[in-house]
Design a protein around this ligand. Structure first.
Ligand SMILES: [Mg+2]
Length: 227
């Protein structure tokens, strides 16, 4: 039993005897969201401005409006969707910038410690399968995790209430004996509504930005605090 009260509105208590499955978000929970923020908020707008010969600031504003239109839906996370929408080769762009992909501080140590506890450890991500493949390759995630599920295979984003019953059917886990960790409050809300027994928010997803609020959920700044 580990008690943590360093951060967030509610202290986190994980009774590891009560959990045999651990579902982990990838970006912002295990991996530093600074890569994704750099990619989508800096690199893509810059490439779009160059391709269209537009003012970079205008390109950025227009692009952010389009992001906002599909936020929380599967399209928001879909490399194919944005490649087509923007007529840019985002797959190549992502692969070319993959050297920036890295773990959040302590995340690798957390995974190693979890492996020692013989838990079933699964990444459940909204990331597109191609993005997942790039990140798996760069960091050797296969060494630490038993399974990987992209919401694109399920057909709904994790924010959607319908995602969770489909995930349970796919993975056959006991919700009462499952821990889920994510940095997105809408995603955590959906998981809580489904009835997952143990839910924790990560409040420090991007090492270069200030922490955010966890809503009503128990929270830690870094996932390593759970071990
Ligand atoms: Mg995340």
């Amino acid at each position: 039993m580990v008690e943590i009260s360093e951060f967030g509105p509610r202290p986190v208590t994980i009774d590891w005897q009560q959990c045999d499955t651990v579902l982990l978000d990838m970006d912002g929970t295990l991996l530093d969201l600074s890569f994704d923020n750099y990619f989508w908020r800096e690199l893509v707008p810059r490439c779009l401005a160059r391709a269209r010969m537009m003012d970079p600031d205008r390109a950025r504003i227009e692009l952010f409006e389009r992001y906002a239109d599909v936020r929380g839906r599967l399209e928001w996370y879909c490399l194919d969707y944005w490649s087509e929408e923007l007529s840019l080769d985002l797959r190549t762009l992502k692969a070319a910038s993959s050297h920036r992909v890295r773990f959040l501080p302590g995340a690798r140590e957390f995974l190693v410690a979890l492996m020692g506890r013989k838990k079933r450890i699964i990444i459940v991500t909204n990331a597109h399968a191609d993005t997942l493949r790039v990140k798996k390759g760069v960091l050797g995630l296969d060494r630490y995790l038993d399974e990987f599920v992209s919401s694109h295979e399920i057909g709904l984003a994790k924010e959607h209430a319908g995602f969770w019953p489909l995930l349970r059917d796919r993975l056959d886990f006991d919700p009462d004996r499952t821990l889920f960790v994510d940095d997105s409050v809408p995603v955590l809300d959906a998981a809580a509504a489904f009835g997952l027994g143990h839910i924790v928010a990560v409040t420090g997803p991007d090492s270069g930005l200030p922490d955010h609020e966890a809503g009503p959920h128990a929270s830690v700044r870094r996932i390593v605090s759970l071990i």
